[in-house]
Design a protein around this ligand. Sequence first.
Ligand code: GLY
Length: 434
Amino acid sequence: MIKVLLVGGGAREDAICRKLVEDGASICSAASNMNPSISALSRGILVTKETDENSIFDFAVRNEVDLAFVSPDSALDTNLVDRFMERGIRVASPGRSAAKIETSKAFMRDLVDKHQIPGQIDHRLFTSENGLLDYFQELDGSYVIKPIGLTGGKGVKVKGDHFRTDREGLEIASKILRSDSSVLIERKATGEEFSLQAFCDGSHLSFMPVAQDYKRAFENDEGPNTGGMGSITSYDHSLPFLSPGCVEKAKSILKQIAGALQKDGHEFHGILYGQFMDTGSDTVIIEVNARFADPEGINAIFLMEGSLLETLFGIADGSLQNQMKFTNMSTVLKYVVPTGYGSSPKATELHVDYAKFPGNPRVYYASVNGSLSNVKTTSSRALAVIAMSAKIWDASEKAESSLSAIKGDYSHRRDIGTKESIERKTKFMETLRS
Ligand code: GLY
């Protein structure tokens, strides 16, 4: 049996683990929590920080794994993948220099500039406060402040959403400069964001269905940014509110990014995930990541028809052949999170009637401990419930009704993928296009 090391213990990794087991793999898992689902499916388990590269490396060698898949961004920002490659262990994740496409937002913007890849946004890197206020004005007071490194999706501050005045903007940027050596300021783009993920074997890309993440903590896209409260995909693998041609543009941009990384000596093997915005007149790059999106990666894996195991070997060996096939159905995923998630979450216990999740809907276990039926949450997201149907809003209703099988003190967003939510996005994009 083929042995796979899987690093990471969230719902995304639970989805990867279940698919790999279905494909015939035997899993050795390394994560900071004892995920009830992953641990039930694994033949070996290491509980340690996902950045603990020494212990994870030794664990993989001891278990003589045939393939490694390093899933979370924090682990990609270590030397773990490079050490596997040096040791001759096949690995379906990018080495540290290729992962910089995510771990350094400045590296990504520079690469796009250098190779004249379309979709760039006006931006400037600052290493001191000098000139910040002038640049805010140059961007017509409409900008986004970004730390350079990883922030778990919670570090970016958008003018108008997270703060109101340039004075506040200056304070936020200065605070980042006090802890990091630089801060990135970008022009704010308006439109609908979408996620495009691809398997990449260094030069070839195989695309997954386009998805959208609902990032804000509360309904109607209010409240703080989170790691993602849920996500949708549509039966046609695009999204009903996107402008014609924008997905093709995004695909071309991701291909050019993979080509640029290869040309510059950072050949990318792994999951290349672009976060784009359809502005109505253009498709622009918001960020580029080096891993499956969470939650959107779960939607993609849920729909995947072929073997993920074979695909990961293709990524590792540079031999991806065909475009992967995905079922033509819509999916809606809703995260169950501890009450107060996004500001002051309270860890709690949840009871899951697991028999009520026969496959569609399905429940995946996130950063939790405990058992399949009695889940002990941390302060992070707890459970991902996903359902599929022909229409997005039917999948949304199906996911929503299945939540009655989860008891306890938790929050979730009801509005993910509802007809009202899709119509609101469609109208908004029509306004931008008119
Ligand atoms: N969907 C947001 C992220 O994975 O970064």
